[in-house]
Design a binder for this molecule. Sequence first.
Ligand code: HEM
Length: 407
Amino acid sequence: MSTYTPPQWNNKYVSWFDKRLPAITLMHKHLIVYPTPRNINYWWCFGVASAMALVIMLLTGIFLAMYYVADTRLAFDSVERIMRDVNYGWLLRYLHMNGASLFFILVYIHMFRGLYFGSFKAPREVLWWIGVTILFLMIMTAFMGYVLPWGNMSFWGATVITSLATAIPGIGQPLVEWIWGAHSVDQPTLNRFFAWHYLFPIIIAALAFVHMWALHEVKSGNPLGIDIKGPRDTIPFHPYHTVKDLYFLTIVLIFFSYFVFFSPNFFAEADNYVPANPLLTPPHIVPEWYFLPFYAILRAVDSKLGGVLLMLASILVLYIMPYLDRSPVRSGSFRPLFRWAFWIFVADCLFLGWLGAQLAEEPYITLIRIATVIYFAYFFVVLPLLNKYEKPDPLPDSISEPVTSRA
Ligand code: HEM
């Protein structure tokens, strides 16, 4: 499908190198001339912004690891030492702490963009599946990272969440002790969480490259959700998207800087500034905000195993999106009924997030149950019904048509 012809490099060193390893041609093909639909809007900037957040997390994480001590007796103090004594340690830590929230905000918006514009539909299924896998790994990484400062919420969060595995009949208890490496969350747990917290982001970074590979194979979607029909429908990545992305990244960095410099503990939990104490359970164990909708779903049913399965299902269902939403029209902009369903679904996810932070008592439990039913009904009832009965609006003939027809 590609009609790319590599250029002749004028510089003899560049040319020499590129003949032996065509890295410069590769970058030219994928970062300069790569054809992008000419109508893509700012919703398509969240991917590159997620990549920026990933780089911030990797860099600050590597420097934090130089000072952090994964020992239950020293971990909490080593983090305090980073904050007080290490040069710019406070900055490294606040960038990393708030960077996690930034990463999740950007990736969630990136995903919802995909759900609205049907980015998971053919031919982008594999791209989508890689994305869902990245999300899953991000959740694991963030969970383990939160344990490292060895605050009281770290300890109890780790205890509550890992203990969920005990719900699995038969193998539950041995499995959870295998994860802990002990009979409770303890030194071996901290060691292995540190090792995995270092390993997983490297896998995420590798998957982000595979994500890009898949994207460049099938090309970007666009707000109209129709295919590229010819050169009139595309523009080269550079300078159009490089400039637009840089502008967007600047705005994101300004937003991020506000939290890092002026409200660094906005997303933090006071209980995590108290050292871990196995004898003192915090009155209200809440996870980080980005886990709250899943945490709510976990509490939707009385059975522990049922809650765990529902929570897993709430993420795994994303894998089968290409088979649930089978409408031939990709973009929500041409699907009047879908639009309603989609925004109700978004509101429901936000509501679940709010409910996840409330105490496990009435009326919240009933509300969680209703919101969980709506969550799953969106996937298993509403989308299949829309496939059957919705009459989409007519689509334009091509990406350039809505613009050229006005001239
Ligand atoms: C480390 C996290 C991620 C990074 C760095 C990343 C990066 C990107 C980039 C740069 C693009 C192209 C620009 C854009 O469309 O915004 C993209 C496209 C896409 N991403 Fe991601 N992504 C990540 C996570 C995810 C997740 C969690 C999902 C879904 C569950 C996902 C699904 C997609 C899809 C479907 C597209 C194609 C959209 C289209 O062209 O219509 N990505 N991603």
